[in-house]
Design a protein around this ligand. Structure first.
Ligand code: GDP
Ligand code: CA
Length: 317
C-alpha cells in the first residue's frame, strides 16, 4: 500500500505516528509544508519539517509538541546577553545543531530536499519526507501595519492582531520538490491530517501542479476542528482571516468535493455536519464518517489513521 500525506507540523506529526502504527507495512511519503520556514540568528529553520522528523524519529518534546526532548537554552541566553534575538522564538541548544547543519548544507548549494534527506538519515522517521518545494515560499500575514512573516504574527503576536489576508508569497513561481508529483500520482490514496487548512495544507496546494495532482486521487481528510474549535492552537484565527467558519463542515466545504472525497469528523460534530450536508452544495459528494478525533496517544491516533485508510479504500474506484 502506498500512501501520500500532505503535512504541517504538530497535527500532522501526531497523525503520522498513528498512521505508522496502523499501517506498518505501507510505504508512506510525506509532503511537508515549508511556507512557515524562517531565518533566525542567520540560520534556516523549518518548523514543520522538523516537527515531523523529530516526532517520528523519537526525539520530540512530547508535552510541547515541537522542539527536542531534554532541551536546554544556553545559546539563547548567551545571545540575549549580547542583546541579540530572537527573544520571541524559542530555539533550544539541541535544535540549534539541526539548523546549523541545515544552513551549512544549504550554503554549500544543496537543495532543501537533499538537506532534509541528510537530516532524516539520522532520525530514521520511517517515512519519506519531501519538502513541498525547493523554492522559497513564505506565508505572510497582512495586518493593518503591512505584511509580516507568518511566524511573527503567530508566535510573536499570538495571532491576536486581526489578519486581513494570509498569502503564500512565492508559491506562484515555485516548482514542486523532486519526487512530489510522482509520490502523489503513484499513491493508492492521499490523506490530509488534521493540519491547519490555511497555513499548513494551503501553501502546499498553492504550489503549481500539486492541487491538480491531488485532485486526481482519492483523498480523505481529518478535521482539525472538534466541537467547533481548533484542538490545541489558534487555527480559528487563520480560518477567520480567509472567511471560513471554524466548524468541521466549513473546513470540508473550503477544501470542496473537487479535492476531498472523504472527511473524518468528531462524534461531537455529527449532527451539525449532517445538517450542512443537506444544505451546502460544496459538500455534496463528500463521504463523512464520525469517530473520536482527539489524538491523545499512539493508539487513539492509530484508530483515526485506520478509519482514514478504510474510508479511502472504500472510496477508491
Ligand atoms: P502546526 O504546523 O504545528 O500548527 O501543525 P499542523 O498544521 O500540522 O496542525 C495543527 C492543527 O492540528 C491544529 O490547528 C488543530 O486543529 C489540529 N489538531 C491538533 N491536535 C489535534 C487532535 O488531537 N485531534 C484533531 N482532530 N486535530 C488536532
Ligand atoms: Ca506549521
Amino acid at each position: 500500500m502506498r500512501i501520500t500525506v500532505l503535512a504541517g507540523g504538530i497535527g500532522a506529526a501526531r497523525f503520522l505516528r498513528g498512521l505508522l502504527a496502523a499501517a506498518p507495512e505501507a510505504t508512506i511519503t510525506v509532503i511537508g509544508n515549508t511556507a512557515d520556514d524562517i531565518t533566525l540568528s542567520g540560520l534556516r529553520v523549518c518548523p514543520d519539517l522538523d516537527s515531523v522528523m523529530y516526532t517520528l524519529g523519537g526525539g520530540s518534546n512530547e508535552e510541547q509538541g515541537w522542539g527536542r526532548a531534554g532541551e536546554s537554552f544556553r545559546i539563547r541566553d548567551e545571545l540575549a546577553a549580547y542583546g541579540a534575538g530572537p527573544s520571541w522564538f524559542a530555539l533550544g541548544d539541541l535544535d540549534f545543531a539541526t539548523h546549523i547543519l541545515r544552513s551549512q548544507l544549504l550554503a554549500e548549494g544543496r537543495p532543501l530536499s537533499e538537506v532534509t534527506r541528510i537530516l532524516c538519515d539520522r532520525w530514521q522517521p520511517g517515512i519519506r519526507l519531501l519538502p513541498m518545494s525547493d523554492d522559497r515560499v513564505e506565508t505572510q500575514v497582512k495586518i493593518d501595519s503591512g505584511l509580516i512573516h507568518f511566524q511573527e504574527w503567530w508566535v510573536r503576536l499570538h495571532a491576536a492582531v486581526p489578519a486581513e489576508a494570509i498569502i503564500p508569497v512565492g508559491a506562484d513561481a515555485a516548482a514542486p520538490g523532486p519526487g512530489v508529483l510522482e509520490a502523489i500520482a503513484e499513491a493508492d490514496f492521499v490523506l490530509f491530517p488534521p493540519s491547519n487548512p490555511v497555513v499548513s495544507i494551503g501553501p502546499i496546494l498553492a504550489v503549481p501542479g500539486i492541487r491538480a495532482a491531488v485532485e486526481a486521487k482519492t483523498v480523505v481528510g481529518v478535521s482539525g476542528i472538534i466541537g467547533g474549535a481548533p484542538v490545541r492552537g489558534m487555527a480559528d484565527a487563520c480560518l477567520t482571516a480567509i472567511g471560513v467558519e471554524t466548524t468541521a463542515a466549513a473546513v470540508a466545504a473550503h477544501y470542496g468535493a473537487g479535492l476531498i472525497d472523504g472527511w473524518l469528523i468528531d462524534e461531537q460534530d455529527k449532527a451539525a455536519v449532517e445538517k450542512a450536508l443537506d444544505d451546502d452544495p460544496a459538500l455534496f459528494g463528500i463521504a463523512v464518517r464520525a469517530l473520536p478525533l482527539y489524538m491523545r496517544d499512539v493508539p487513539s491516533s492509530a484508530a483515526i489513521a485506520q478509519a482514514a485508510i478504510d474510508l479511502a479504500k472504500e472510496l477508491t474506484p
